[in-house]
Write a protein that binds this ligand. Structure first.
Ligand code: SAH
Length: 439
């Protein structure tokens, strides 16, 4: 079924640049990617597997099933992926299980931070050389990990740096989970400061990385929220993303134990996949990147709109809200003189009034070569007022990370930066983040 959805997306009625992958790429069961470019499939990892599959994998290696549970506790509860630390396993078994089920997947190439160290972007290199980025944001009341689901993106939205780079390939489940794992481990180690004078991370008990310690410096904390708003279109990599959601939200030792309600999957509006997600019996939040209330403009801003129109996307979103009881987040980048007209605010309000929706207005973040800029603040304020006047809940998104190109739509990761530190595998003990901003 997921395959059917992928092929649907990859063969739209009206071909859209970046989506045109030959059908056989999909039918052959390989990862969709740039035609003619070969990618090494990421090695199998513990985080690709559910508990039963882990036991089977351990049995294949001639080990008793409970070894899978031991490994799972180390990885998902203690946030350890170094076999040397797993002293409850016999030494020989440690190396064998570690080699088979905990291969390195992503190597941290570079860390950039801003907002006093509370926002940090990591550039990761996968085993085949593909680059992805993730962003960790520590707020007084929550810690949000923004993860990538694909290397690049095939959706071709002209205002988004990731979209302009095109799709390289889908990430595996474990490559997605690894990004959250790295954030959870940095939080547990107290490696991420809090904002001066504010309290630290969220205090919910249980789950990995919990140790309280709020205070001026933040102290250890835990990742409380995960948003699929990094590189890629999560619903175009449905199976891996869904398994990653389960791994992120299942209680330890099956997964990282983050609440489903604190996970957001953001989409350009792939209607069949939204409908499939609605049937999964999850309570994750859905975000729809709408950006225009009318098909004429949305066809340009979000090219997949040529396949699934505004009305169809919103119908699917309302069905998702009905199935999950969760308010849908409507993302709207405010682009000066393009989509910020008063009549468009009114049109949007007409579509959303009375619905289980919340609008997030995102001041457009600058991307290289883009001719567009953010809306004038007074124009944006009027847009917001017009929505609010019709009773539509609306907020302006806090855009963290613009100085480090870590904000919405700025994740490109297409080139190795000049100051890259090659081949440094992410680990807490060996973490030497480069300080300062990328200016
Ligand atoms: N492909 C998914 C996930 C990416 S989320 C999606 O589009 O929803 C990234 C969010 O940032 C999306 O809402 C996207 O439309 C928005 N965005 C992209 N480029 C932006 C930019 N330059 N400024 C502000 N928001 C942007």
């Amino acid at each position: 079924m997921a395959k059917a959805i992928e092929s649907l997306q990859l063969s739209p009625a009206e071909p859209v640049r970046g989506l045109a992958v030959p059908a056989e790429t999909v039918l052959a069961g390989s990862e969709p990617g740039v035609p003619g470019k070969r990618h090494v499939r990421p090695p199998r990892h513990l985080a690709d597997l559910d508990l039963a599959e882990r036991r089977a994998a351990v049995a294949e290696l001639g080990q008793p099933g409970y070894r899978a549970d031991q490994l799972s506790r180390h990885y998902f509860a203690r946030l350890t992926d170094d076999p040397a630390d797993m002293t409850d396993l016999p030494a020989g078994v440690r190396a064998e299980l570690g080699g088979a089920l905990l291969p390195p997947l992503l190597t941290a190439q570079r860390e950039l931070e801003c907002d006093g160290g509370t926002t940090r972007k990591t550039l990761w290199r996968a085993v085949d050389g593909a680059f992805v980025e993730s962003v960790l944001m520590r707020y007084p009341d929550r810690v949000t990990m923004c993860v990538s689901s694909q290397a690049g993106c095939g959706m071709d939205c002209p205002f988004c740096a990731t979209g302009q780079a095109g799709l390289t390939r889908n990430l595996s489940t474990a490559e997605i989970v690894t990004q959250v794992f790295a954030g959870a481990r940095a939080m547990a180690a107290g490696a991420v400061p809090g904002l001066p004078g504010r309290s630290g991370g969220p205090g919910r008990s249980g789950g990995p990385g919990r140790s309280g310690g709020p205070g001026r410096s933040g102290g250890p904390g835990r990742v409380s929220n995960v948003v699929f708003m990094g590189m890629g279109e999560p619903l175009a990599n449905y199976r891996s993303v869904l398994a990653a959601v389960r791994r992120i939200t299942d209680p330890a030792p099956a997964g990282l134990g983050i609440s489903q309600r604190s996970v957001t999957v953001s989409t350009v509006g792939l209607v069949p996949a939204i409908r499939k997600l609605a049937a999964e019996d999850l309570s994750v939040r859905l975000a729809v990147s709408l950006h225009a209330p009318d098909d004429e403009l949305r066809d340009e801003l979000v090219p997949v709109n040529r396949r699934w129109k505004v009305a169809e996307v919103l119908d699917a979103a309302w069905d998702y809200a009905a199935a999950t009881g969760r308010r849908v987040s409507i993302e709207y980048a405010m682009i000066r003189d393009i989509n910020d007209h008063a009549w468009r605010a009114d049109r949007l309000a007409g579509l959303l009034a009375g619905r289980l929706a919340h609008v997030n207005l995102i001041p457009l973040n600058p991307t290289p070569g883009s001719k567009w800029t953010a809306s004038d603040p007074a124009v944006a304020a009027e847009f917001l007022d017009r929505l609010a006047a019709r009773g539509v809940p609306v907020t302006v998104r806090d855009t963290r990370g613009t100085q480090i190109d870590g904000a919405c739509g700025q994740l490109a990761a297409s080139t190795v930066p000049a100051r890259a530190e090659p081949d440094r595998r992410a680990s807490v003990t060996d973490r030497r983040p480069s300080r300062g901003h990328d200016r």
